[in-house]
Design a protein around this ligand. Structure first.
Ligand SMILES: *Cc1c(COP(=O)(O)O)cnc(C)c1O
Length: 230
């Protein structure tokens, strides 16, 4: 097996172990392989090892990679910031966008989603801990934005996504993921039909699964360290 294949297997085992520890079934958590900064050959290796869903942060880089991998049946998730001038590319090339945090961006994605494609699957990015990155809607505004996004014709609202400030302490990781879980539950209780809680990365996927994540986004543990910051 390739190194990427071995790494994928280890990550799947981590997810399964974390699921078992909280009485969840292993298939209740989807694995998104974050391939940002890695070339198409790395994605091919991961696909050969059974991975089909990939996450990218840099839209221009992703569009080029997606074009080179058209021969494979892959699903592409945009997990990086989306500026207004990039919405057309996201709407045309991705299956999912996890980082919707403004109505204007959601409206553009809906208007620009090509007719021939199904609805773009979206998550509202929530700034769950007021972290310094500032991306994401404040938790108190998530419900209002979610209702507006859910009404857009060419988008399918699936849930919320968070990127907490990095923390090494497992209890700290768990507490912030539990806040996201509570918000997710509130939105569902308010009548939105959501099935995706996108949270957890290489360093905190166990805490995220324990709190109820349904989709972990893992880069480093699959592809190795990245040469440039992301
Ligand atoms: C880079 C990135 C990841 C993956 O992070 P790792 O620590 O490498 O697993 C997940 N989500 C987002 C939004 C990212 O930017």
């Amino acid at each position: 097996m390739t190194t990427i294949g071995d790494n994928l297997q280890s990550v799947r085992t981590r997810i399964a172990t974390a699921c078992a520890a909280t009485g969840r079934s292993a298939d209740s958590v989807a694995l998104l392989a974050v391939s940002k900064t890695f070339g198409p050959e790395a994605v091919r290796e991961a696909h050969a090892a059974g991975q089909t869903a990939f996450g990218e942060n840099y839209i221009q880089e992703a569009v080029e990679k997606i074009a080179l991998l058209r021969d494979l049946p892959l699903q592409w998730h945009c997990i990086g910031p989306i500026q207004s001038n990039k919405t057309r590319l996201v709407a045309a090339h991705f299956d999912w966008a996890h980082t919707v945090d403004r109505l204007k961006i959601a409206q553009r994605l809906s208007e620009q989603r090509p007719e021939g494609l199904g609805p773009l699957q979206v998550c509202i990015q929530v700034n769950i801990d007021g972290g310094s990155t500032k991306a994401g809607v404040p938790p108190a505004e998530a419900l209002a934005l979610a209702r507006e996004v859910a009404a857009l014709p060419r988008l399918a609202l699936r849930g919320i996504m968070t990127i907490p400030e990095p923390a090494t302490d497992a209890a700290v990781q768990l507490a912030v993921h539990q806040r996201a879980r509570s918000l997710f539950d509130e939105l569902c209780a308010a009548g939105l039909s959501l099935d995706t809680l996108s949270m957890g990365m290489t360093a905190d996927l166990e805490a995220a699964v324990q709190a109820g994540s349904t989709l972990v986004r893992v880069g480093t543990a699959i592809f190795g360290g990245r040469a440039r910051a992301a």
